[in-house]
Design a binder for this molecule. Sequence first.
Ligand code: DGY
Length: 333
Amino acid sequence: MPNPRPAVLVARAVYPETLAKLRAHFEVEDNPDDTIWSAPELTRRLQGKAGAMTTGSERVDAAVLDANPQLRVVANMAVGFNNLDIPAFTARGVLATNTPDVLTETTADFGFALMMAAARRMAESEHFLRAGRWKKWRYDMFAGSDVHGATLGILGMGRIGQAIARRGALGFGMQVIYHNRSRLPAEQEAPIGARYVDKATLLREADHLVLVLPYSPQSHHAIGAAELAQMKPSATLTNVARGGIVDDAALAQALKERRIAAAGLDVFEGEPAVHPGLLAVPNVVLTPHIASATDRTRRAMADLAADNLIAALTGGKPPTPLNPEVLAAGGAA
Ligand code: DGY
């Protein structure tokens, strides 16, 4: 007798509760060892699956979709979705979903913390202390730059960018300037006194520049040598968006030559590899893509991804579709 339950692939390790929730509806193949599958291996494991739950690390493109014409939905456990070729999904009537909103405040907390850690040289001074090099107090020891009252520059003023701007303006008395594809409505700018500026002004005026824009071919190396050269020598740069938005080699060189003061990076080009030049300079705080990593938020992301998968394959309304036109055309379930 044919199995009436759709089969789904959970491409990476996830909470047991998430798997249990999915198993109530589907035949689930999971990845308890959290092995990173090659593209051919992912393609092979998708055979016969109606849906998949992925993270930002699994690339699903036209080739993967063409090899799996039975696939109806991919639920990404991430707000970013540059690992999914959305036009290819839409052209083939495959639904893609992501996990917005549930991680906004957590990611903003981390972005702000990373910016503060860079400005106040927390990682650098901690390494110094751990290395047993702290012998005396000194007037200029690890003197960094103030965050309160400084100019906070935000590149990419979406939900997370706005949440970081709120922290800066309302918590730390910062002047907020931002650049984005489109300007926010006045009623969103006013409570935080945010000023829309062009990119050159943003680079020139920011004391602390935070990157929160999505990765796309258009944002590739949005911050490279030319942009870094326009920043203040006292400025910091923080990236909690995606690797590839910053030219890491150019940044390592700028940090080495103190052309900017410091950086805080949670994401890297080609991660989990990190450019050796970044590992070699002291004035950068490096974290392994954990901006959304609190227990509560990661559970909320897993839950939302599972809800999307379940709704899409059981005739429900997926809460956060990326290409709703697929649903409008009668796709998914
Ligand atoms: C996201 O949600 O996009 C985070 O970067 C985790 O991948």
